[in-house]
Design a protein around this ligand. Structure first.
Ligand SMILES: [Zn+2]
Length: 189
């Protein structure tokens, strides 16, 4: 894909079994479809076999999700595909990732080995507590500040491709449907 694509990601971070993740994803889908914000996509060029809850597109009420006023550029052009996965996976802000930084002293977690080891630990054993090398502030990695997280592990994950800015109340309601502890961010792919 040539052009850069933006995606708004909502991911649930607390440790869940497969059945709980599926229940959470289904609950979010049920709500999004009942609000007519998304509808099933008949055909998708982007269909990925690893997306077990599949690909969706904007439905007639898609703009309910958007912050108001809706910018002119979006008036006649709805958001694009929405991917829902109930898998547990690593997610990140990809091209626009920014380091996790300590809220007390702004020291970053190194984006090479230090972060790699923490993510490996999260994938294999559960979410690690990360400690700031400068001041000792410590917190579960998923709570470390970053507007564009360089890596998180969780699921379900919902990604809205090329949608406008989201309405915070809409996002809060979506997070309620997913349940538990969620994190949201924009990604550029
Ligand atoms: Zn610190």
């Amino acid at each position: 894909m040539g052009m850069s694509t933006s995606g708004f990601v909502v991911v649930r971070l607390d440790a869940l079994g497969a059945e709980e993740r599926e229940h959470s994803a289904q609950s979010a889908i049920d709500w999004l479809t009942s609000e007519r914000v998304i509808a099933p996509l008949a055909e998708s060029l982007w269909r990925r076999p690893d997306l077990n809850f599949g690909s969706w597109g904007p439905d007639v009420e898609w703009a309910k999700a958007a912050a108001q006023p809706l910018p002119d550029a979006w008036q006649s052009s709805p958001g694009e595909e929405v991917d829902v996965s109930a898998d547990r996976d690593m997610v990140s802000a990809s091209g626009n990732s920014e380091d996790f930084t300590c809220p007390q002293c702004s020291t970053a977690i190194g984006s090479g080995d230090p972060l790699g080891k923490l993510i490996e630990q999260w994938m294999e054993h559960g979410e690690p507590v990360a400690t700031c090398v400068s001041c000792g502030w410590a917190s579960p990695l998923g709570d470390w500040p970053s507007h564009y997280p360089p890596a998180l592990v969780g699921g379900p994950t919902i990604t809205f491709y090329r949608w406008p800015e989201f309405d915070p109340d809409f996002v809060a309601r979506l997070v309620t449907q997913l349940g538990g502890r969620c994190r949201t961010f924009w990604t550029h792919i």
